[in-house]
Design a protein around this ligand. Sequence first.
Ligand code: AMP
Length: 425
Amino acid sequence: MKVLVIGGGGREHALVWKLRQSPRVQEVFCLPGNGGICEEATCVPGDPKNLASLLAAAHQIHPDITVVGPELPLSLGVVDEFSRRGLRIFGPTQKAAQLETSKSFAKEFMQRHQIPTAHYAVCSSEDELRKSLGLFSTPVVVKADGLAAGKGVVVAATKEEAATAAQDMFNGRLLGTPVLHVVLEEFLQGEELSFLVLSDGERITPLLPSQDHKRVGEGDTGANTGGMGAYSTDALLEEGMAEWLVNHIARPVVEGMKSEGAEYRGILYCGLMMTARGPMVLEFNCRFGDPETQAVLMRLDSDLLDAIEASVDGRVSDGDFKWSSDASCCVVVASGGYPGSFLSGKQISGLDRAGQMAKVKVFHAGTSKRDGVFYTSGGRVLGVTARAPRLEEAISRAYEAARLISFEDMYYRKDIGARALRAPK
Ligand code: AMP
């Protein structure tokens, strides 16, 4: 089979790497890919933000199936457009992807279907927002409606700060474009957890739990990023919790979407806060996470293509994934300055030695290759990922590999997974 993967980050490298292991896959294409992906797939130029470009590539390649990495093409309706032309594609339709693309839709949907989430108010003007602020205590969370690549959420310590953040969202100063709605949300405390399920619109099966690290600095300080690292271990979920999350969150979402005429197929990513009142949904994503995918796929022992086809063909079952009991850890190696401004084009060394380590895979996120040499080309550059029977070993192996790699101004957090090691067993 020919598979086309859309995207060009660390998540897509992990998808390409895993799909290539399927005995049924003859060739993997990736649009646009990156330096590391081009070693393992045929990279196709194109713009994932442009449906015409994606359709043109599909007409040229004739893939048997297309797998979409990032949310943007899903929000533009790539699944609808491909399906209309008889092209098999994995992921939700534009309507179903609203669970991620519209925070107000997601909150109202959760309320309609009694899915546990923080108290909230959807506001469509600054006036309305100031009035609604009276209903919340501080800190209070302010969220811009729409896709914001992690930049649309502000945890405000005071109501004045919340009002200013909302003003910047309404007038476009924060995100570059004005938003029509701002969601105010009760501040929740607890451990965050990423819980993903595979859905075919009706049936679901869970993936492994993982935890990512959004803040740029150690000890979860500093600016929010796309993700500085992730780890996955069975110990993240207490016994019976996966079942609870399936029964009280994931299944009601999939059933609710079906009952509202927007069947949800693909990966449903539930971003949760494990609070004293129980698990609560912070957000939904309509695709695999980055860098959680790197950590989670490192533990997948079965054929990813089989699972993806089960979703597309409407036959998802609990046998779709076979997982290793190993733990895994992905350390994101970034360009100094990220998520602010940073310089690209730095020569990367040590990739071969790191990649030769047992049970280590170096996923490329922002790299390019010229004359046999890799250079940095983005904020997040690599996802150095390792697996081992115990989380502690997976973490130290990932760091051992990361230390073999170097480029000017390279930065990575030194505490990925550390919280799990400190937590009582
Ligand atoms: P979201 O895009 O909604 O997942 O928000 C991004 C990040 O903001 C989350 O990963 C949390 O760390 C934080 N966050 C979002 N909503 C809340 C909330 N209600 N209470 C506390 N933190 C939150």
